[in-house]
Design a protein around this ligand. Structure first.
Ligand code: NAD
Length: 294
């Protein structure tokens, strides 16, 4: 069994980005810029934004975090996003999800200019992705594909089973891997909460991608020997032996499933770091596009 080391792969991607940015600065250009909009006090959202901002700083992306109270009216949040879109020194704008229930996330996300939508969540960029056009794609699916590429795991003609059809992970990764392009061309089955007999599908996967948000949904009996398993789920499980009082586990029961696999991602240290690396990569792509236009 080979462990798909997302942490090391992400570090090597970040090193490349750092060099790209340093060379651009040496040629007299401005640094790339990212604004993260954070609403409310959800501790997990604060931690995610902190990690993203730190990773940006480490590669040389100028970053601002705009924190607003959970009571902010939707119209005011839209205005904030639009104002950042007009700033020429800002290449990427992300809005940390989830937003408070009083705000429709679609209205906020679609206020982001598609060229600065480095999370790839706008209707325009989702549509381009569906049509196979070049675009800014969501970071987690991109991270999964980059990890498969990094380990030279062929997808062409393989049966990929995706568990979970969210807009941010399951649906876009299924789309990307089914397209007629390099590092895709898989036969994809997309399973979800209404799938009858999930095991029937997971057992026939060459590559199994699990993004259901259900702790240990996938056990040994769900996987055939030699499968490549990508575990997107993250769950904090209480553990008094840890300083923080918890540890992270995934949607896959790693201890049971890993011995059967040809390759598997750990949790933590698999898909998570790749997601951040792809957000930085999208920001640098958007930056380079902006420099070419100016
Ligand atoms: P979501 O809740 O938006 O979607 C979950 C999907 O799983 C739904 O489409 C649902 O139909 C499906 N599902 C739920 N139970 C199922 C079951 N028993 N059988 C089959 N399908 C089932 O979740 P999401 O945003 O896609 O996230 C999924 C998990 O991945 C969560 O644990 C989340 O925290 C994690 N996540 C991790 C990263 C990362 O960078 N590592 C990024 C995004 C999400």
């Amino acid at each position: 069994m080979i462990l798909l080391d997302g942490k090391a792969t992400a570090l090597s991607i970040q090193n490349d980005l750092r060099l790209k940015i340093a060379s651009s600065l040496a040629n007299g250009f401005r640094p790339p810029g990212l604004v993260a909009v954070l609403v409310g006090e959800d501790p997990a959202s604060h931690a995610y934004v902190r990690n993203k901002a730190l990773a940006c700083k480490n590669v040389g992306i100028y970053t601002e975090v705009q924190h607003e109270p959970g009571s902010i009216p939707e119209g005011q949040l839209i205005e904030i996003v639009q104002q950042h879109c007009e700033r020429p020194e800002i290449d990427g704008i992300i809005v940390q999800l989830p937003l408070p229930k009083s705000i429709d996330p679609d209205n906020i996300l679609n206020a982001i200019l598609p060229t600065k939508d480095v999370d790839g969540f706008t209707v325009t960029n989702s549509g381009k992705l569906m049509l196979g056009m070049p675009t800014l794609a969501p970071a987690t699916p991109l991270g999964i594909v980059r990890l498969l590429q990094h380990y030279q795991i062929a997808t062409d003609g393989k049966h990929v089973v995706v568990v979970g059809r969210s807009r941010t992970v399951g649906t876009p990764v299924a789309l990307i891997l089914s397209q007629n392009s390099l590092y895709a061309n898989a036969t994809v089955t997309l399973c979800h909460s209404h799938t009858v007999d999930l095991r029937h599908y997971t057992q026939s996967a060459d590559i199994l991608i699990v993004a259901a948000g259900k702790h240990h949904l996938i056990a040994a009996a769900d996987v055939k020997a030699g499968t490549v398993v990508i575990d997107v789920g993250i769950h904090a499980v209480s553990d008094s032996s840890k300083k923080m009082g918890f540890r992270y586990e995934g949607d896959v029961n790693f201890a049971e499933v890993a011995p059967l696999c040809s390759h598997i991602t750990p949790v933590p240290g698999g898909v998570g770091p790749m997601t951040i690396a792809m957000l930085l990569s999208n920001t640098v792509d958007s930056y380079q596009h902006s420099l070419k236009q100016s």
